[in-house]
Design a protein around this ligand. Structure first.
Ligand code: ADP
Length: 493
């Protein structure tokens, strides 16, 4: 082989080796890269595995929380329904019946007991039992450590198998009720017997939480509130019953008093009527004899005797008038006087009585005015009786109004009635006398009454006549300024 061939071969082999080395180096670096990649992949896989585990764990937790939440929502819903029923129940005995076994189950418990402390009997009295055998209940009640349970009420705290800290207390409660999970909450009405609500379950699925404690605390609060409401309702109801009883009693008393008044009033009318009748006969003969003597038919009379006989005659006239007025009042009061009620034109009645009184007004220079509208409606009245009303009122107005005064008669329609007013500018009536002036024989002690005779019967008669027409009469007055008498009469339809 030629030298150059060896050189070329050597050169080619060198190049080949270099290339091979290069190739191997490249492969080694690639392998390294791949190894790193595999390592990284492994790490990612591990991380993913971790994350998957975490996701599963979180899912379990979430599921648990969801179940817990569902339980709470169901419990709250039940509680809301119960609360509505409990707080609207106003009978103490029915309040605990609202807590039905089904509702209790919805809150996760199967047994319940409620017992209230009776201060009178010095013992716990059972108000509710769900799920316990009656015999067991009796055992539980007999085993209750009064001091411990009264302390629980006093502290007003809710305890549960999940939160209880005092070992001794837990042991005692476990012994008494013999249940796995339970909550005991105080029932605290503001007044009346306080107590405790026990709810429990033996279900292995039950995991008590603070939420359960809260739920049962709210339920016990609602029970306490309902007991208070029932007590207040009972109190109010009893007070109302008493009040009704009193009202009934008073009404009966008033009715009997009214009956009594009616009897007395009738007796009075009968008495006045009888006396007046009895008085009338002798009065008539006194008047008759006086008249015979005055006529001097039995012989001439000395002037002094004549004068006294005239006095007898005048006084007898007054007495006859008085007796007649008394008789009229008694008859109207007892309904014996039959009123001839007919549609009447008050305008013409007012005109007639004004004419009658005009002379007396003129004598005292009193101005008499009528303010009566042309279209004044007709009234239902007994003409002659209403004329008596006017004569009496106008007679008084003239009597108690000094010289140069004014008397006004006015009338107007008002709410189905015609209202008539007789107003004067006279001496007036003292305020304290106003309520009495319509009473029989009442006269104000004033200068005019001391000089002018009167019976005190006129206004009483007027009132009786107006009221017999289903009208009303009243008086207003100001001392030394004048008086106004108003009365109403029904409008004729
Ligand atoms: P008499 O006029 O006979 O006294 P009445 O029953 O008519 O009786 O009146 C009772 C009393 O009411 C009168 O005595 C008088 O004191 C008072 N009185 C009535 N009308 C008037 C009046 N227009 N002004 C002042 N006082 C009056």
């Amino acid at each position: 082989m030629a030298y150059y061939e060896i050189v070329i071969l050597g050169f080619v082999s060198l190049v080949f080796n270099v290339l091979l080395t290069l190739y191997v180096l490249i492969k080694i670096s690639r392998i390294k890269e791949l190894t790193k990649l595999v390592h990284n992949l492994n790490r990612s896989l591990e991380e993913m595995d971790e994350q998957a585990k975490l996701i599963v764990r979180t899912d379990i937790e979430l599921n648990k929380a969801q179940t817990e939440l569902d339980k709470k929502i169901a419990g709250l819903y039940t509680l809301q329904m119960l609360s509505r029923a409990i707080t609207t129940t106003l009978e103490e005995t029915k309040i605990f019946n609202m807590l039905e076994p089904k509702r209790l189950e919805e809150m996760g418990f199967e047994k319940a007991l409620a017992f209230l402390w009776s201060e009178q009997e010095k013992k716990f009295v059972l108000s509710l039992n769900i799920g316990f055998e009656p015999a067991t209940t009796q055992t539980i009640l007999s085993r209750l450590d009064i001091d411990i349970f009264l302390r629980l009420i006093e502290e007003g705290k809710t305890i549960s198998s999940f939160s209880i800290e005092e070992e001794a207390l837990k042991e005692s409660i476990d012994n008494i009720f013999g249940m796995k999970s339970y909550v005991i909450a105080p029932i605290l009405p503001k007044h009346g017997n306080k107590g405790l609500l026990f709810v429990g379950t033996d279900s292995p699925d039950m995991v008590l939480t603070e939420g359960d404690e809260e739920l049962i605390t709210i339920l016990a609060n609602q029970l306490g509130q309902a007991l208070e409401n029932a007590r207040l309702f009972e109190q109010t109801w009893r007070a109302q019953q008493e009040l009704e009883e009193k009202v009934k009693q008073r009404t009966a008393e008033l009715a009997s008093a009214l009956e009594q008044i009616k009897i007395i009033s009738k007796r009075k009318s009968d008495f006045i009527s009888a006396v007046s009748h009895e008085l009338r006969t002798p009065l008539t003969s006194i008047k008759g004899f006086a008249a015979i003597l005055l006529a001097e038919k039995l012989g001439a009379l000395p002037p002094a005797v004549k004068e006294r006989l005239e006095k007898i005659n005048r006084h007898s006239d007054e007495l006859v008038r008085m007796v007649n007025d008394l008789l009229d009042i008694a008859r109207i009061e007892s309904g014996k006087t039959v009123m001839k009620i007919e549609p009447q034109d008050l305008k013409s009645i007012i005109a007639t009585v004004s004419d009658l009184i005009a002379v007396q007004c003129k004598n005292k220079n009193i101005e008499l005015t009528q303010v009566v509208p042309q279209d004044l409606p007709l009234v239902l009245a007994d003409k002659s009786q209403i004329e008596r009303v006017f004569i009496n009122l106008l007679g008084n107005a003239v009597k108690f109004t000094p010289q140069n005064g004014r008397i006004t008669i006015s009338a107007r329609g008002k709410n189905g009635f015609v209202e008539v007013e007789v107003a004067d500018t006279g001496i007036g009536i003292p305020e304290e006398s106003l309520p009495s002036i319509f009473e029989e024989f009442y006269r104000v002690d004033n200068e005019i009454n001391q000089q002018v005779k009167g019976s005190g019967l006129g206004l009483s008669l007027v009132k009786n006549i107006v009221e017999a027409h289903k009208g009303r009469i009243s008086a207003k007055s100001k001392l030394n300024e004048g008086s106004t008498f108003s009365f109403t009469l029904p409008i004729a339809k």
